[in-house]
Design a binder for this molecule. Sequence first.
Ligand code: SF4
Length: 208
Amino acid sequence: MLYIMQNCVYEFGKSIYINLTNECSNSCDFCIRNFKEGVGGSELWLDHEPSAAEVEAELEKRDLASYDGAVFCGFGEPTCAFDRLLEVAAWLKARGVSTRLNTNGQANLICGTTDAAERLAPVMDSVSVSLNASSAEKYQATCHSRFGEKGYAAMLDFVRDCVRAGIDTTVSVVDLIGEKEVEECGRIAASLGAKYRVRPAIEADSDY
Ligand code: SF4
């Protein structure tokens, strides 16, 4: 495992990405962290968990208007750093930058709360939640949530809460799961009122 400094902010495509933590409540079989040290040439294992002020100082070095928006994404699960996530997102929103969260959807379990979506809504324009599977059993077999099969139910509740809170909400799967499972997950997305995205596996390292 390689650790370097100053990798809490990195560019990928037309967006600026924010990497708040190494922690995650899952240990997914397909996680990029099992295979690579980073994304798009940026090495992403953090040598320490950056404070909101550190992240903002890194962001201030950039021309934020030149990006399509800011994405809170890996290497770890951003909601494992929930307070810092809210603080940096509010900082970005105050500067007119659009914000997106890529998440495993387990924020309420991670934070021991029930209102994660409501707290995100004022500062997060969109949320992309990894659905990954059509049942708790299948999800747990692949994603190994530390919360057991409760992780899947909590993720579905979080998606519903985000939709209800008015956040532009997408659930995603990787196309490796098979046609039937892709269709079933699409039905679940519709039942949750969320948009649905099937990601080619080749993108899995950019936007999981
Ligand atoms: S939820 Fe995301 S960061 Fe966590 S193990 Fe799974 S793919 Fe990796």
